[in-house]
Design a protein around this ligand. Sequence first.
Ligand code: DOR
Length: 428
Amino acid sequence: MALETARHNAVLIRGARIVDPAAGRSESADVAIVDGLIARAAPTSAYVIEADGMILCPGLVDMHVHLREPGHETKETIATGTAAAAAGGFTFVACMPNTTPVLDNPDTLKLVHDRSREADRCGVGPVAAITVNREGRELTDFAALLEAGAVAFSDDGSGVEDDEVMRAAFQRAKTHDALLIQHCEYKSISAGGVMHLGDVSRRIGLPGLDPRSEEAMIERDIALCRETGGRYHVAHISTAKAIHMVREAKAEGLPVTAEVCTHHLVLTDEACGDADPNTKMHPPLRPMGDVDACRAGLLDATIDCIVTDHAPHRAEEKAAGFLAAPPGIVGLETAVGLAARAMIETGLADWPAVIRWFTAGPNRVLGRTPPPIEPGSPADLTIIDTSRRWTVTPGTMSSKGRNTPFIGWELIGRPSCTVRRHQIALCR
Ligand code: DOR
């Protein structure tokens, strides 16, 4: 989506329905913003945003994105990735540490903070690595990284396989009240697999990736969580069995949370049938039973939030074919429309629920308390045009990545604007 940004000292948002799931609020009202703060009234000179029939909600949050900087700027930069985030309606993203160098030291975190402040498109919270260079051996300095602004810890792209290293990570997380986000995959089990191991992989003859690689790690980690009490979040959960384990862990009262990606809510492994590399991601697309379990997991609050795992790659890399292409797809600019497709158009949920999975859900997991929508609070808002029909086209995307299987999809519902204090981003 193309993005247009501007700064305004006074803004009036007219006619929207305010939906704030954390405050249990849903009502129609005009919202004035003066000097970046929500105000009781706006001067007549205010910049007016006509939002009749639209929803105004707290700024959307995506707690799992890859911004690729430093080191992989040909795929994405912090400036282009945060522009894509704003175009997708997000005012805050948490970015993963699989950069070069890895986000495993305070200097690299500072670079992320500095670049995102310069870009000024969207708030950014870096997720620091659990282990040095994401090698799974030596723990990073959690205290120094928290001091440098880490919002959580993860070796995303890889799971921490060694039991003793992961136990020590849990203990350290407990000491510092830090959140561990695990990319659940034993490469010893998944090695060689490029798509879900099942009927479709056998039919088309691509090497299958055993879902046990995800499930076995979650099982081990829940045991470590029980033992240590450290806070644990399952990244991109994707199988019915994995969701069942998280459900049981929550029922037991363990500090376990989980997220699901938009693509795991709308596509099955049948989408890999044409061996389009834009359907290759980790974890892979699963059969319909797992997709149904992901949707049910959101509905019964086993899964706390929806994320994109926005993973831009260059066209030449994806052109290498299904076996050789890197896993991952871009997602920031299609997230809201795809979530609506999965949860609203199916009759399973309504807009306030979808907004909760993009706001109160991830904010609770990350321990964020965004400002309420009331006079005196800093403006941190998203406006969603819930009836807007639009077609996903590569030409208008703000991300450098075009690696998405959703080109040509007609979606209903699209963010029209984000407001962060004075900063207005209009999504065209
Ligand atoms: O598909 C994926 N791509 N999954 C991951 O966990 C990593 C990501 C990437 O960095 O490209």
